[in-house]
Write a protein that binds this ligand. Structure first.
Ligand code: IMP
Ligand code: MG
Length: 344
């Protein structure tokens, strides 16, 4: 019997916290047999620096940069045109993709009509216009199209039961261990159930969303929560407070969407919403990205609910955060502060 183990990467805020960077790091340091993208469509954009080159992927998980089997899961929705574009971009960039990229056959498809509809109607909440919402709607309305119905995708299709559990004729059976890194898209603040509805995406951005891809809860290992030392959000609701300071954070932090190029709204990190995300996802390790941005701005603060707490410098702020995390059961040794340019 092969052993099954899953580590999960989950964004604790509104996406764009640097999941790609952490996925890249974990793939380099741990031996995974698979990397799984477990939710979302091409609304997501992962920026990955590999061997000095910059790649932006929307569908294909980071594992591909390390020759790990890279799976687009059943919790995702897939735009075949974008998938093939990305495949070409990776090949052109010198990344070996043959026999490494897979799509769950029950993954739903984003059609041209979905994209058109989202482009027209998505403005109200400020979607990425990539057809994500309409594709999930049709999935749950039971009128959707699955990857198994698209002929061009046939060479990439897999059955997740066989892949993870070795059911039937199995690849997994012949492997000693199935060790999966499950990489989420978007973030907890955009989750369909736990985000600020209706300013949310249409999928499950939680650890539970990872398990929805045919994975048993008993196989769950580490949960890497990813946050940014300040918050950003992109969409129609008002998020950024008044003041030039927040524009400065956005400028220095280069806070523009990797999918749509839109300017992200910025705010201080909120400890209470972070705490909620940590608890609901069972976070065991946490990474705070972009610490250098607040250093460059020279201001440090967090919200604790509605109360703003200011700090004299980086160290007192980090000490405050570390103490708070300790009270949530995350020890200092599992808290990482990382800089924008740092390739951890
Ligand atoms: P949709 O996912 O395109 O339907 O967009 C719904 C909301 O989620 C909008 O506010 C988007 O800006 C936001 N969103 C979707 N994908 C991402 C992402 O990868 N990063 C950040 N925000 C996202
Ligand atoms: Mg992103």
């Amino acid at each position: 019997m092969s052993k099954l183990n899953i580590d999960v990467i989950v964004d604790l805020q509104y996406g764009d916290c640097g999941k790609g960077k952490v996925a890249h790091f974990l793939c380099k340091t741990k031996k995974y047999s698979h990397v799984l993208r477990y939710n979302g469509g091409c609304n997501a954009g992962h920026t990955i620096f590999h061997k000095g080159k910059k790649f932006i992927t929307h569908h294909i998980p980071a594992g591909i940069f390390f020759g790990v089997r890279s799976v687009i899961g059943s919790g995702c929705v897939l735009d075949p045109a974008q998938f093939f574009r990305e495949l070409k971009m990776l090949k052109d960039g010198g990344i070996a993709t043959k026999g490494k990229i897979f799509i769950a056959k029950n993954t739903h498809i984003i059609t041209e009509a979905h994209k058109k509809e989202d482009g027209e109607n998505g403005k109200k909440i400020g979607t990425t216009g990539r057809g994500n919402g309409p594709a999930y709607r049709d999935k749950y309305g039971r009128t959707g199209l699955r990857a198994e119905h698209v002929r061009a995708l046939k060479p990439y299709l897999i059955d997740l039961y066989k892949e993870w559990h070795g059911g039937g004729t199995s690849r997994a059976k012949s492997r000693e261990n199935v060790h999966i890194l499950a990489e989420g898209a978007q973030g907890f603040g955009l989750d369909i159930d736990w985000g600020d509805y209706p300013f949310v995406t249409s999928s499950h951005c939680t650890v539970a969303g990872a398990l929805l891809n045919g994975l048993p809860a008993s196989a769950l290992g580490d949960v890497w929560g990813i946050a940014k030392i300040y918050e950003t959000y992109v969409g129609s609701k008002k998020f950024q407070p008044k003041g030039a300071l927040f524009d400065k954070i956005g400028d220095i932090g280069e806070e523009f969407g990797s999918t749509t190029g839109r300017r992200r709204q910025c705010n201080w990190m909120n400890m209470q919403t972070l705490e909620r995300a940590i608890r609901m996802n069972g976070v065991t390790h946490i990474v705070f990205n972009k610490t250098d941005v607040l250093r460059a701005v020279g201001k440090w603060a967090v919200y604790d609910g509605k109360k703003k707490i200011e700090f004299k410098g980086e160290k007192p702020m980090q000490d405050f955060v570390v103490k708070r995390l300790k009270s949530l059961g995350i020890p200092r040794g599992r808290v990482y502060f990382s800089e924008s340019k740092e390739r951890i």
